[in-house]
Design a protein around this ligand. Structure first.
Ligand code: NDP
Length: 301
């Protein structure tokens, strides 16, 4: 069997265009231009690249991006003051604090300072709680993107499917499992203490891998015909012998899995582009809510 390749890059490009259309419509109706404050503390090069890509995507969809670059030694109190001013600024509909933050800053305190309705990443405990109680508010971007890809492949109705989520982080695994539960899947969560992970995988109609271990999930673990969403992004160093030179690989052994799965996301070009597209979706949805306008249906989980 040769799996259908799930084109996350193409889907994300279409989604970004549709967000641009909705944003233009919102502006024409209300004068509101969705705006995201992007806060970067420090000079981590990877974070700087992520932030630049996010800002470019916002601008190309006609959304405003308000950049705040703060030095590495910024005091937590100053960062909290900036967040407070963004919370009160009516031109800012979403706030994103790029993680990780420098060690002297307490990340949970900072995330809790963002007004829940402006929490573009969906990491605030209020939004985590809303999702966990089946009333999603702002949903984290990566799992939201995974759900959109799943529905594109399998249709909107996922009821009764057996889903396995490997990984239980608050940014991917946990919210992903909650979304699948909300879609009436029968959900199993796996983590580093899970026994017989291969057997757990073999039952799954939907397999989400969000682990951070290159090519950990092997082809012979996967149920024939399953839909596999590989969230992992692992850079294999060039000196890593047979594993290849400087490649980006997922948590799933792609070549093996593609022989068994019904559909699979590649890495790169699968989930990654969906994460940024869903940041635009969350910013648009926040702007609609704050302007008292209906949120486009496809922006809802
Ligand atoms: P975390 O490190 O926060 O979480 C990893 C999870 O994997 C943990 O729950 C951990 O279990 C579990 N785990 C570790 N080893 C094993 C194992 N041997 N068997 C089963 N489970 C295991 O990672 P993230 O959730 O932040 O990210 C996961 C991956 O997704 C990374 O590769 C990251 O780069 C990628 N990512 C990609 C994004 C994208 O846009 N495509 C966005 C975000 C992340 P335990 O809790 O027990 O420690």
């Amino acid at each position: 069997m040769s799996a259908r390749i799930i084109d996350g890059k193409g889907f994300a490009a279409g989604l970004r265009q549709r967000v641009a259309g909705y944003a233009a419509d919102l502006k024409a109706r209300t004068g509101t231009v969705p705006g995201l404050a992007v806060i970067l503390v420090g000079d981590d090069p990877a974070s700087a690249v992520y932030v630049r890509n996010k800002e470019k995507a916002l601008e190309s969809a006609g959304l405003h991006s308000f950049d705040h670059r703060l030095p590495h030694d910024t005091a937590q109190a100053d960062l909290l003051r900036l967040i407070d001013s963004c919370n009160r600024d009516p031109a800012v509909h979403g706030i994103l604090v790029q993680l990780p933050l420098p060690k002297h800053i307490d990340t949970p305190t900072v995330l809790a300072a963002i007004a829940p309705e402006k929490d573009a990443d969906g990491f605030h405990v209020t939004n985590a709680g809303l999702l966990a109680t089946g009333r999603p508010g702002v949903v984290p971007c990566t799992p939201l993107g995974c759900l959109m890809l799943l529905r594109d492949v399998l249709g909107r109705n996922l009821a009764g499917k057996r889903a396995l989520v490997i990984g239980r982080s608050t940014i991917v695994g946990r919210p992903m499992a909650q979304l699948l539960l909300g879609a009436d899947c029968t959900v199993t969560m796996a983590h580093s203490r899970t026994r017989d992970l291969d057997i757990e995988c073999s039952h799954a109609d939907i397999l989400i891998a969000a682990v951070g271990r290159p090519e950990m999930v092997r082809g012979d673990w996967i149920k024939r015909g399953a839909t596999v969403i590989d969230v992992g992004m692992n850079r294999i160093p060039p000196d890593c012998g047979s594993a290849g030179g400087g490649r980006l690989v997922g948590d799933v052994h792609y070549a093996e899995a593609a022989e068994v799965a019904g559909a699979i996301t590649p890495v790169p070009g699968g989930v990654g582009p969906m994460t940024i597209a869903c940041l635009l979706v969350n910013t648009l949805a926040a702007a609609c809510r704050q302007a008292g306008q209906p949120v486009p249906e496809e922006a809802l989980p």
